[in-house]
Design a protein around this ligand. Structure first.
Ligand code: HDD
Length: 772
């Protein structure tokens, strides 16, 4: 891909010059390596930009409309023009205390953000799409507790035996509703438990750390990640200047003068550059509640916890080229995969687990700040204890009514589950309720079928847009005597939700983060050191790609500085790819003990649902194909027969149904590819038109689409095999005989047996440069 910005003339494709300045000379648009902190007049518009001009009633041009100059003065203000001294920290009762409702700037900033979800154009879907996590897919299912959590919580759905109905929505974060599934991004993993005590929502992600530490920064990170506001490019990508500009600024270490301690984009950015950000399937993702929650047991004792979802199928990712190909070939890849698996009865399952920590005044564990959502607690320090099993077993019957209208909210809590003073969680408690007001058209969204609680509702929320409940009585207030005092309040013994009366830390009312929030590098280093060589190779390639797609030199340089503070090897390799010098670290590098649980390699996973493509044509060993299909099905996997044309392959015996043709099949759909035995002359050509069986003098050439499938499968580390005569096609595809993960056998079952062993590790890791 060209490095050139098609929108900029050559002379502004500069390394160090501005868009509207002299090439080579710093000008007003040259970003600085550090965040500018001295107030100065706004930068002039770029030469290629112009704002709409106002026209007088008589048609005279009156110059640019001043309203086009919002964000056009040196000092940042509220919408009412009051100057701000801090827009990076919520107002708290003490440094580690709860966020205050009186923080009107926080509420103004988040409210404005919440209500900008874009209405999709077109006839389908006429409500604003979610401002983040717009693209998603969902399923119904059930959660069965193991009863093991009773020690730490009284929440009935975590302790009792009854199955709790659930609705789970998976999503990407940045892309709009029509974007592709397999982009590099964090994935949402939101679960609604319809418990008898009220609804509990666990609104998590597939990455256990977050971009920022304080919710007041959420509009900033999302504005930086979303398409550039001038041209609305790029869609659903983080590989662009504004994203990297933001995440590489604002680290205390690189900005010693800044009072901005809370930001911390570095940990999640590293996760996002790892294979975690391109999952193979929603079914093979872990999920995390991210924040530390507080559980309360029947005796009132409290425990701090982090929630984890562990997929039964194992954690499994795509490789980057595969993800990019899928974006074009099947943008609905993840959505389709989830729906197909459920329809086929291969119900995905996740175990819910908790890490537990003593609820101490410090709210730390082994020196790790539990209120900082950019930090994990390694599983080796606090093992994940299983508490129940989630099974997704039904697809929605109406995408709009269920997947689109479902409204999650971290404030949907049940007795036994309470929150902590994590400042990111505090802002979420406001945002999710607020955002539904415009997305779902008013305050009564809880009455939509998918959002209705399974517990009896007895509220006094009268009237309002889309009210469908018919409240009775004449006294919707408390206290009242006219309705006989009804409804009454419950107490601890009658199932009330009572907040834990924890001590509030003392201190001033302030906008500041605790000092521990400014450690942005020790955990990224821990993550890096926990990766296997092949995972490191993928991370290096991802950074090289993403920073390489940035146009601004200063952004690339700052990106390298952040990497130098994580690990010199990572920095050097990426710098080499960018053709830039590698800077030295500006912070001491810690010798963080690696956490093997963070690596996706080194495990053997179940084979359920793995897809095996079987390539054949009418001259192939169809008996062998039938036997292999049956064996694949018996092993709980999915066989897909691929042939030159659709229909049935008729030979003696039962006809073989073709499921994919050479025109519709691409390697990305399969976890492994098998070439059916080719018993006769020309059969190993797999459908090539010029290779009629037995044609003397005609050189049989394998169909180029089969060759492409094989070479892609090989590059992407997939198991490949064939039986009796298939070797010629492998050879034609340039796949060396005896290469790792390439098997050949006398019979189909022999080849399948070997392939199956390889699939347990998901991929043939030795194929990647560093050899796993
Ligand atoms: Fe959020 C949606 C996950 C921080 C504001 N978020 C949303 C969804 C998920 C998450 C999975 C999609 C829910 C669905 O499927 O409908 N968000 C997270 C996690 C976070 C997080 C794991 C940090 C630990 N979010 C976060 C902050 C804010 C928001 C700090 C704002 C202050 N999130 C929203 C939102 C959304 C949302 C604007 C968009 C649509 C919706 O809520 O219902 O309110």
């Amino acid at each position: 891909m060209s490095d050139k910005n098609p929108h900029k003339p050559d002379d502004v494709l500069r390394e160090d010059g501005p868009a509207d300045g002299v090439p080579g000379k710093p000008g007003p648009h040259t970003p600085s390596v550090a965040e500018p902190t001295e107030p100065h007049a706004p930068l002039p518009p770029r030469t290629d930009h112009s704002a709409p001009e106002s026209v007088s009633p008589t048609g005279q041009r009156t110059g640019a409309d001043p309203s086009a100059h919002a964000q056009g003065d040196a000092y940042r203000t509220t919408a009412q023009g009051a100057r701000l001294y801090d827009t990076d920290h919520s107002l708290k009762a003490g440094e580690r205390g709860p966020v205050l409702l009186q923080d009107h700037h926080l509420r103004e900033k988040i409210t404005h953000f919440d209500h900008v979800g874009a209405p999709p154009s077109g006839s389908w879907g006429s409500i604003p799409e979610r401002v983040v996590h717009a693209r998603g897919a969902a399923a119904h299912g059930g959660f069965r507790s193991y009863g093991t959590a009773a020690k730490v919580t009284k929440a009935a759905f975590l302790t009792g035996e009854a199955e709790t109905p659930v609705f789970v929505r998976f999503s990407t974060v940045l892309g709009s509703r029509g974007s592709s599934d397999t982009v590099r991004d964090t994935r949402g993993f939101a679960t609604k438990f319809y418990t008898g005590e009220g609804t509990f929502d666990l609104v998590g992600n597939n990455i256990p750390v977050f971009f920022i530490q304080d919710a007041v920064k959420f509009p900033d990170i999302i504005h930086a990640g979303k398409p550039h506001p001038d041209r609305e490019i790029p869609q659903a990508q983080s590989a662009h200047d504004t994203f990297w500009d933001f995440v590489t600024l604002h680290t205390e270490a690189t900005l010693p003068h800044s009072r901005l301690r809370s930001s911390g984009g570095t940990p999640i950015t590293l996760w996002n550059m790892s294979d975690r950000a391109i999952p193979r399937s929603f079914r093979t993702m872990e999920g995390f509640g991210v924040h530390t929650f507080r559980l309360v047991n029947a005796e009132g004792a409290t425990t701090l916890v982090k929630f984890h979802w562990k997929p039964k199928l194992g954690v499994h990712s795509l490789v980057w080229e595969e993800a990019q190909l899928i974006n074009g070939m099947d943008p609905d890849f993840h959505r389709r995969d989830l729906a197909d698996a459920i329809e086929a009865g291969a119900y995905p399952e996740w175990e819910l687990g908790i890490q537990t920590f003593p609820d101490t005044a410090e709210q730390t564990f082994e020196g790790i700040d539990l209120l900082d959502p950019t930090k994990i607690v390694p599983e080796e320090l606090a093992p994940v204890q299983p508490v129940g099993l989630l099974t997704l077993n039904a697809n929605p019957s109406n995408f709009f009514a269920e997947t689109e209208q479902v409204a999650f909210h971290p404030g949907h809590l049940v007795p036994g589950i309470d929150i902590t003073d994590d400042p990111l969680l505090a802002g979420r408690l406001f945002s999710y309720l607020d955002t539904q007001i415009s997305r779902l058209g008013g305050p009564n969204f809880a009455q939509l079928p998918v959002n209705r609680t399974h517990a009896p509702v007895n509220d006094m929320h009268r009237d309002g847009m889309h009210q469908t409940a018919v409240h009775t009585g004449t006294a919707p207030y408390r206290p009242n005597s006219l309705d006989g005092g009804c409804p009454f309040l419950a107490g601890a013994d009658t199932g009330a939700y009572i907040e834990t009366p924890v001590e509030v830390p003392t201190g001033r009312k302030q906008r500041e983060a605790p000092a521990s929030f400014s450690d942005h590098f020790s955990q990224p280093r821990l993550f890096w050191r926990s990766m296997s060589p092949v995972e490191r190779e993928h991370i290096i390639a991802a950074y090289t790609f993403e920073l390489g797609k940035c146009y601004e030199q200063a952004v690339k340089e700052r990106g390298l500085q952040v990497l130098a503070n994580i690990d010199p090897e990572l920095c050097e390799q990426v710098a080499t790819g960018l053709g830039l010098p590698a800077p030295e670290a500006t912070v001491p590098l810690t010798d963080a003990e690696p956490s093997p649980a963070l690596s996706q390699l080194g495990h053997t996973w179940p084979l359920d649902g793995r897809v095996i493509g079987i390539v054949t044509d009418e001259r192939g060993d169809l008996d062998g194909v039938r036997t292999v299909r049956r064996a694949v099905l018996d092993a709980g996997m999915v066989p897909l027969v691929i042939a030159p044309a659709g229909g049935k392959l008729d030979a003696e015996g039962e006809p073989v149904q073709v499921q994919r043709t050479f025109a519709t099949a691409r390697s990305v759909e399969y976890d492994a590819v098998l070439l059916a035995g080719a018993p006769g002359p020309g059969a190993d050509a797999y459908g090539a038109r010029d290779a009629k069986a037995g044609d003397a003098g005609t050189e049989a050439t394998t169909d180029p689409r089969v060759l492409l499938m094989l070479s892609e499968a090989y590059r992407h580390g997939k198991a490949i095999g064939g039986w009796a005569g298939a070797e010629t096609a492998l050879d034609a595809a340039g796949i060396p005989a005896g290469a790792p993960g390439v098997v050949s056998a006398q019979s189909g079952t022999g080849a399948l047996e070997q392939i199956t062993r390889l699939l347990g590790e998901h991929r043939v890791w030795e194929r990647f440069g560093t050899g796993g």
